[in-house]
Design a protein around this ligand. Structure first.
Ligand SMILES: Cc1cc2nc3c(=O)[nH]c(=O)nc-3n(C[C@H](O)[C@H](O)[C@H](O)COP(=O)(O)O)c2cc1C
Length: 344
């Protein structure tokens, strides 16, 4: 069993990666239904939280059925991080996660996200400030280093563990790589093999199939895997990986009925959480991902992204279900490069 402080997870947990503009409560609901063992919110600006900015506040919304759930924050200022940790504590998630991996300009130029990888002393101070300010277990998600000449994840892991963090997730890229090239898990394996490291180490980066998940589990010896892009429009990835790890066999791809049910749940959760009009609008960017692989879907999709009433959308979903009953989906090949990326 993998333990993060008091949180008990399975022997090899699968985590849903934090993803800005993606891993909101409606998306998390369908990932939870389909096997995600632990999930995180989108990253939340510590500065935004202490200013009480609406956008940051809303990202704190969590629900009991999501547990165990982590709230992720980022920032480069000790006091703001400490205050944010207190705000997060009051919301009572299962853990507080700190983002030291976001590569995007608007974050690193403010000395936050992956920029903190350039200054391990600062990273330690920011982390320690959070650990001191909350009773929650604190975890960190980061990258290998700033660039290939400064890969410092081994030292980062040891120093962060000494501050009292309870787990570390590592995306196997440097900041300068952004999302290019392949994630290099050999550095993650080295952290895991370090006899000084006692906390769980989760590997992250490029897992897009059950085979790859099993291969990386065996090859790199990590305690669990975090999956991001491969879950977008395809929350079934979690149970598919679990089934393959347990049996060596593939689950059949979800049929059109299962896909329509997940879309419906995502839509209705979106409306429940955001309100009718914003809920319908927010859902529009997801249909394409869910419906990939269906031939001649364009007309239906066009209706889904233009209709304004939930009854009409539900009706189109019924029509899709009927039109494609019996359709056999290929096993999914995802084009990871085409998924929108941002902060981690
Ligand atoms: C759209 C998008 C948004 C992201 N937002 C965050 C974020 O808010 N916090 C974070 O730590 N990482 C964020 N990331 C990075 C992911 O958590 C993950 O580290 C990265 O996508 C690599 O994993 P993958 O290959 O399984 O997608 C984001 C990635 C994507 C694609």
């Amino acid at each position: 069993m993998v333990k993060i402080g008091p949180i008990e997870l399975s022997d090899f947990p699968l985590l849903l990666a934090p993803m800005e503009d993606v891993s909101d409560p409606p998306f998390r609901a369908v990932c939870k239904d389909n096997g995600a063992d632990m999930m995180y919110t989108e990253f939340i600006s510590s500065e935004g939280l202490i200013r009480d900015a609406m956008k940051s506040r809303q990202k704190l919304d969590i629900f009991d059925y999501e547990r165990p759930i982590g709230i992720q924050i980022f920032g480069g200022d000790e006091e703001a991080m400490a205050l944010s940790a207190q705000i997060v504590d009051a919301v009572n998630p299962d853990l507080l996660d700190i983002n030291f991996g976001c590569p995007v300009k608007k974050v690193v130029t403010k000395g936050a996200g992956a920029a903190v990888l350039k200054d391990i002393d600062l990273m330690v101070r920011l982390t320690a400030a959070c650990v001191r300010s909350t009773r929650l277990p604190v975890t960190v998600k980061t990258r290998l280093g700033w660039d290939t000449d400064s890969i410092n994840i081994s030292e980062v892991a040891e120093r962060l563990q000494d501050t009292g963090i309870k787990a570390l997730s590592i995306h196997g890229r440097t900041r300068s790589q952004l999302y290019k090239g392949n994630a290099d898990w050999t550095h993650i394996a080295r952290v895991k093999e370090n006899p000084r490291i006692k906390i769980p180490i989760f590997g992250n980066g490029d897992i897009d199939s059950p085979e790859k998940a099993l291969e990386y589990k065996n090859r790199y010896g990590i305690d669990g895997i975090m999956i991001g892009r491969a879950a977008i429009g395809y929350p079934w990835i979690f149970n598919e990986v679990k089934h393959f790890m347990a049996t060596g066999e593939h689950l059949p791809p979800p049929d059109v009925g299962q896909r329509v049910e997940v879309i419906r749940k995502h839509l209705h959760k979106s409306i429940e959480w955001k309100g009718l009009v914003p809920g319908i609008n927010e859902m529009r960017r997801h249909y394409n991902n869910y419906l990939k692989g269906l031939p001649n879907i364009k007309e239906f999709r066009l209706k889904l992204v233009t209709l304004r009433s939930v009854e009409e959308i539900d009706e189109v979903l019924d029509q899709i279900n009927t039109a494609y009953t019996g359709f056999t989906f290929e096993r999914r090949k995802i084009d990871m490069d085409s998924m929108a990326y941002s902060c981690g």
